[in-house]
Structures are given as structure tokens and as C-alpha cells.
Design a protein around this ligand. Structure first.
Ligand code: 3PG
Length: 306
């Protein structure tokens, strides 16, 4: 079988070597399309692929239609909002993700960004520490759980909101469960977003929630830009000059925000939460293994479009 690794933002070389090894041992071949700059390149590359490994690369109905042999797409990572699940299902294509494989990398970046914001973007002025501060984790999935683990080391007071996660699981991690979204924002100096981008969550965090945050509030977004109501957030930052927003996902209105809220916002130029060689190795190799066991045994344990 031909496995296409289509990564506009490539994995570390060592991860690609690992993917190739896993594939070769099972008798599959790997084709690579890295750092591509046009959709046409992707459309051409998928023509002969039986399986595709992607990251945030868009796999829409057009891409799927250009891949007549395709049987499985694995998003090497957590969020699969980049894959058209319905179109894939219609074509009988299995879509999987690799949950948990890159979550420590993202969680570590949360603290990199939180410290940066608490230290006034390293502008030399006196900032604040994370110790004894309140941290609210918005969604207690794999990344949220890693954030909670690291927060303990910082000596923070941690709460989490997740209607899909039993309160006992949150408590077992030494975290206080919160059931009301307003309390999560009102009660925490730092709020870290870990919700997926779905029709329900898109533009769900904006003026009302952010202005509930206590003085000196810092909103950290290593999830998806789509979950933010950017106009509402800008209004909140305008009215509350004590608030800061740091994101690993450049907003659509990034340039205007950087100009208007200089020193209070920071955005990575490219999404880099999962850009570590460890996360690339974990997620890339997990994706390759999932494809191997799908072809060998029909294993669809990680399917997300059932
Ligand atoms: C994910 O959903 O796994 C993260 O956002 C990482 O995305 P990336 O693989 O495009 O860096």
C-alpha cells in the first residue's frame, strides 16, 4: 500500500524516518509531500495514495475525490476539524486521530506562553509569578490533563470545566471541577483553552466570558482560533486594559490586535504547540502503526467518523 505523508508543516526528520521504518516493516511504501504551497500539489499527490497521514492539512471533499484508492486518513494529532468527516464517510474512507500523542508538547507551551504574559512579554518591567495563582482549564482532555500535571509543579490552584468528563476524573487529578462556565472565567486569573473547534464551540469565547476574568487575567489559547469571537475579545481587551491574550493560533485579526494591544497580546507566527521532535515522533509513528494495523486486521479503534 502507498502511504502519503502530506505535511505542509513537516515533522522532524527523525519522525519521518520512524514512519518509514514502521511502514517498510509491514511492506508498505511511503511517499512524502512536505512544505507544499498549493492545494494542487496535494490533489496530485493523493491520486495514488491508499492511506494519508496529515497534520493540520485540509482534507476536504475535493481532496478526497482526487484520491480514488484512499481507504484511511490519519490526522497525526488531536483535533480533526481539518478533515471533512462526512465526505470521507460517504466515500467509505476511515478517519482517525492519534489522541494524546502530542499533548505534553502543547501543555508545555501553555506554560511557556503563560509565563511570557505574566512577565509582561519579557519587556523588562516587573511582572508576576504563576505560583499561588488560579488556573482554569477549559476542557479536561489529554492536553488539559497535562496542563493540570505541570500546574502542580508551579504551585497553582487548578480548576477545570468539562461537561464530557466525570467530576471524579477531574478530582482524581487533584483539580477542582467547575460546572458553570461563568465561574470558570470569573474564578481564574489564567484560563487555558482546550476545547475542540466544533459548531457548538466556534466563536464561543468572547466579550462576556473574558470580561468576567479577575484583574490581570491572562487567556491562553493553544486550541483553535475559531473558538474565539475575535470582535468580542478585542472589545474586552479595549475596555479592560489589564487583560492579556496569548495564542498559539494567529487570529484572523492578528495585525490589528498587535497594533491596538501592543505588549498585551502575543501570537506564534505558525502553530507550534505540537512542534517538538518528541511530539512528531509520538504522533507520526502512532499514525503509521494505526495504518499498519488497519490494513492488517481492519483495526478502526481510533476512528472518528463512525
Ligand atoms: C493538534 O490538534 O494535534 C494540534 O493542534 C497540533 O496540530 P499540528 O499537528 O498541525 O501542529
Amino acid at each position: 500500500m502507498e502511504i502519503l505523508v502530506a505535511t505542509e508543516k513537516p515533522f522532524a526528520a527523525v519522525a519521518v524516518e520512524g514512519i518509514e521504518k514502521v511502514a517498510a516493516e509491514a511492506g508498505h511504501t511511503v511517499k512524502r509531500l512536505e512544505k507544499y504551497t498549493s492545494k494542487d500539489e496535494l490533489l496530485k499527490a493523493v491520486a495514488t495514495a491508499d492511506a494519508i497521514i496529515v497534520r493540520s492539512d485540509k482534507v476536504d471533499a475535493e481532496v478526497l475525490a482526487a484520491a480514488p484508492k484512499l481507504k484511511i486518513v490519519v490526522r497525526a494529532g488531536a483535533g480533526y476539524d481539518n478533515v471533512d468527516l462526512v465526505a470521507a464517510k460517504e466515500r467509505g474512507v476511515v478517519v482517525e486521530n492519534t489522541p494524546g500523542q502530542n499533548s505534553n508538547a502543547v501543555a508545555e507551551l501553555v506554560f511557556g506562553m503563560a509565563v511570557m504574559a505574566a512577565r509582561n512579554m519579557y519587556d523588562g518591567t516587573s511582572g508576576s509569578e504563576l505560583k499561588d495563582k488560579t488556573l482554569g482549564i477549559h476542557a479536561f482532555g489529554q492536553v488539559g490533563r497535562n496542563v493540570a500535571r505541570i500546574a502542580r509543579g508551579f504551585g497553582m490552584e487548578v480548576s477545570a470545566l468539562d461537561p464530557y468528563c466525570p467530576a471524579e476524573v477531574i478530582e482524581a487529578a487533584g483539580v477542582r471541577p467547575v460546572t458553570d462556565i461563568k465561574s470558570l472565567y470569573a474564578g481564574n486569573r489564567i484560563v487555558s483553552l482546550h476545547i475542540p473547534a466544533t459548531p457548538d464551540t466556534k466563536r464561543s469565547v468572547g466579550y462576556e466570558l473574558v470580561t468576567l476574568m479577575p484583574k490581570g487575567g491572562i487567556l491562553v489559547n493553544t486550541a483553535r482560533k475559531e473558538v474565539i469571537d475575535e470582535d468580542g475579545l478585542a472589545r474586552a481587551l479595549r475596555e479592560r486594559t489589564d487583560l492579556r491574550y496569548v495564542a498559539d493560533v494567529r487570529p484572523d485579526t492578528a495585525a490589528a490586535m498587535e497594533e491596538e494591544f501592543k505588549g498585551r497580546v502575543f501570537f506564534t507566527p505558525k502553530k507550534m504547540g505540537a512542534q517538538t521532535s518528541e511530539a512528531n515522533i509520538n504522533a507520526g509513528i502512532a499514525a503509521a502503526r494505526q495504518i499498519v494495523s488497519f490494513f492488517a486486521d481492519g483495526d478502526t479503534r481510533f476512528q472518528v467518523n463512525k
